[in-house]
Design a protein around this ligand. Structure first.
Ligand code: FA5
Ligand code: MG
Length: 442
């Protein structure tokens, strides 16, 4: 079994894989046509404010706005640019490995739907656009859900053959120790002169054990490419990534790597790379040969190229032994003081404070999505919520209404919370869920 989305329940998994194959996408398209499913814009936001501010820029709200101030506040943190922060230490390691690549790390997180989806050939009904998964600032603007949103504009500059673009990305998601609504991705791009591909790509991979793409029905070479072109670009891509990962994990002498066929609208063939870490396969990145249409549209018709997108937290959690993704956002000196530029050290956990579990059950309306409830919890409880699990679900035999029961695990990262304090938060979660999601509390 792959670890594509660690810990996902099957139903959430269908929705959370943003890059579904078109046939699956068509199957769930009718669900997405119910947009806008939910308007959470009222959460935490002064009613009179009819705009959303992101890094000093104002965007008008509209019926599709679902971003909350808890989330927009994160855009100013820029963890990937803080020296001595594990995300920055890891970013620099990778930049040092790909030494001639141009570094880009200050792109604005507010992007158009054109940048985040259309420029990458997402179809109009693609489930990746669903407001249950994406933070909409308004109908035309989103918080980028991946660094690929900047592929086209970076390629258009034609400034370099290779780029490493790092940024914070935003996804409405479930709550647990490995999921946070903001995380960091690094996008790698490399292009080659089509006329000089043998010299530019083949030389670098001489002696590699990796075989490049072969014709495959499920992971095809693009019609715009010859098999040889695809083979060379693919081989260069996977050889480069294996080299980078082996360099990062240099202590793990026998690191096992495997390539899983994947699907992204913007690459073909496409792959995910997984590494065997402490007995389980961990997905580190997605990658592939860039769709030639994207190259053509970005004034690069004379070139072919590859791209990858990797999750920095995923790798940092493993390299630094960081057990909970919320810790990256901590301003606690006991966390921050443990890291310094250029050093890979193992995190020494400070004592875990006690957990406090609270359950909430309610009857749901049609169109209810678990991510909507997760969003309410994030907004009300902030980083106090460590984990939210669906523990029970049943359909009333007569009315056919569905009841869900969620268990919220509250745990502060820096102190012990009183039961009274948690009860207050829980009451507020119940109240906000009832008023904004229209659920009927039980
Ligand atoms: C993407 O975001 C694609 N844009 C990657 C890509 C780029 C493919 C260029 C082809 C070419 P995906 O959703 O799988 O794909 O995310 C890429 C990586 O981000 C994952 O492999 C994982 O390391 C990390 N990631 C994804 N979701 C999360 C999450 N919720 N928390 C932490 N890391 C995550
Ligand atoms: Mg993936």
């Amino acid at each position: 079994m792959t670890t594509r989305w660690l810990g996902y329940r099957p139903i959430a998994k269908v929705f959370s894989n943003r890059f579904l194959l078109p046939q699956i996408s068509r199957r769930i398209a009718p669900i997405c046509q119910a947009w806008p499913c939910r308007n959470l814009a009222s959460l935490n936001t002064p009613a009179a404010d009819d705009s959303v501010e992101i890094l000093g820029q104002r965007f008008p709200r509209d019926k599709n706005t679902n971003v909350t101030t808890t989330i927009t506040a994160k855009t100013a943190r820029l963890l990937h640019r803080q020296p001595n922060h594990p995300i920055n230490i890891l970013k620099r390691r990778i930049e040092a490995h790909f030494e001639n690549y141009k570094v880009v790390d200050s792109m604005n997180p507010a992007v158009t739907t054109q940048q985040n989806f259309d420029s990458l050939l997402f179809t109009a009904d693609h489930p990746g656009r669903a407001p249950t998964d994406t933070y909409y600032i308004n109908s035309n603007t989103v918080l980028r859900t991946h660094t690929s949103a900047h592929q086209s504009e970076v390629l258009k500059t034609r400034e370099a053959e290779g780029y490493l673009l790092t940024a914070d990305v935003y996804r409405r998601d479930e709550i647990d120790v490995s999921h946070y609504p903001v995380f960091h991705q690094m996008e790698g791009l490399r292009t080659f002169d089509r006329k000089n591909l043998e010299a530019e790509a083949a030389v670098n991979v001489a002696g590699t054990s990796i075989k490049g793409a072969v014709l495959s029905e499920t992971n095809p070479v693009q019609l715009a490419h010859t098999t040889r072109e695809a083979e060379l670009v693919d081989q260069h891509l996977r050889h480069s990534l294996e080299g980078m990962v082996r360099d990062l994990f240099r202590e793990e002498k026998d690191l096992e790597i495997r390539w899983i066929e994947a699907y992204f609208p913007f690459t073909s063939p496409s792959w995910e790379m997984e590494v065997l870490y402490r007995g389980s396969w961990l997905e580190l990145l997605g990658c592939g040969v860039i769709q030639q249409k994207i190259m053509d549209d970005a004034n690069n018709a004379d070139r072919v190229g590859w791209a990858f997108g990797l999750g920095l937290e995923r790798i940092a959690m493993v390299m630094f032994d960081i057990p909970d993704i919320r810790l990256f956002w901590s301003s606690d000196e006991r966390f921050l003081s443990q890291f310094s530029s250029g050093q890979i050290v193992k995190f020494q956990p400070f004592s875990k404070y006690p957990a406090c579990y609270k359950d909430v059950s309610f009857w749901c309306n049609e169109g209810f999505h678990d991510n909507d409830f997760a969003e309410v919890v994030r907004d009300v409880a902030g980083d106090m919520a460590e984990d939210v699990k669906l523990i029970d679900k049943f359909e009333h035999p007569k009315t056919k209404r569905v009841s869900r029961c969620f268990r919220i695990n509250y745990r502060s990262m820096d102190r012990t919370c009183t039961n009274e304090e948690v009860d207050k938060i829980q009451d507020e979660v119940r109240r906000v869920a009832a008023t904004t999601l229209g659920v009927e509390l039980r």
